[in-house]
Ligand binder design. Sequence first.
Ligand code: NAD
Ligand code: MG
Length: 345
Amino acid sequence: MTESNFPQDERKANDSPFGEAESIPNYLDSTDLDEDIAAALENQIVGRPETPEAAGDPRTLYPGGSFEAQPQDYPGWTDAMRPRPDHGESTYIGHHRMEGFRTLITGADSGIGRAAAIAFAREGADVAFTYLPEEEQDAVHTVQLIEDAGRSALALPGDLCDEAFCQDVVSQTVAEFGGLNVLVNNAGYQMTTSEGIEDLTSEQFDRTFKSNVYALFWLTKAALPHLQPGSAIINVSSIQGYHPSPSLIDYAATKAAIINMTFSLAESLGPRGIRVNAVAPGPIWTPLQPPTQPSEKIVHFGEDTPLGRAGQPAELASSFVLLATAEASYMSGSVIGVTGGRHLA
Ligand code: NAD
Ligand code: MG
């Protein structure tokens, strides 16, 4: 029998519809199911629109089409963004889908990672996350959001280009939470070059690959001894992995590598009951963009998508929750595109 590190399995091992596979989170068997359903229905009634139209035209649901020029230094800070990104602070409603999960998200001080952290915490998960030391003010805010959801937060400052730090964040997460069920390799570095490859230095090439590919390799390797059947790894790729821009040669190559590694890791870890998937965002309004793109691109950021606007971090949260839970029990080696209508192919 496989030992599980999901606490809810210990509570309900004998009730598992999966027989021996108790490690699959069995939250639907909750003894307070009636209360859960009542709360969920209440939430749905409050949140449910009268008509599909009232759910929001996806073209106009969020601002976009044009933004103010707003240069800021790398790595970028949430408070300096106009408008402020929406991470789901006032909209994401949890439904106990990740009760007792222990999760680690890299780069969740801001942007897409923060939206995933809010969603995981409101679904019942404890959340450890990494950030760069200069991002302390964003990290403090993410800690507050996780704790406001009634869950434990563990904020881990450091540089993921350092293998020892990658190993350390996994050890610290396991020590603090007593295990690890979901690893989200979300942190990423990009910097546009105006002239293409002539402009691209070896230092930048190295930094981009270390931040985006080596860190994923080191973190995944460090996490593996702790991941039991039923656990999940979620990588963050990009539309750039499929449709590379000449000004992002190094970045796009790392995002293609992440897709490829998602496929090979899904093949190799499937027999161990560990699912590996990726999310591939299109243009999303986060602090990564203003410091790394020319102002003329920021002003029109996302305008060239079929939906005609940039996405918000909040619009990715449900993809992470799906891939983290047994609702996606037969999904592995998949890439979910959240691109505003541009195809992944
Ligand atoms: P973000 O700036 O809010 O988050 C990225 C985080 O990565 C930073 O907060 C930082 O903490 C972390 N990071 C970068 N280099 C690091 C390093 N060496 N060590 C430790 N941490 C480091 O931006 P985001 O857009 O939310 O980015 C999240 C992921 O989404 C990235 O992988 C990015 O490539 C990907 N992505 C973003 C977009 C977009 O348009 N915003 C599109 C496609 C993919
Ligand atoms: Mg940040």
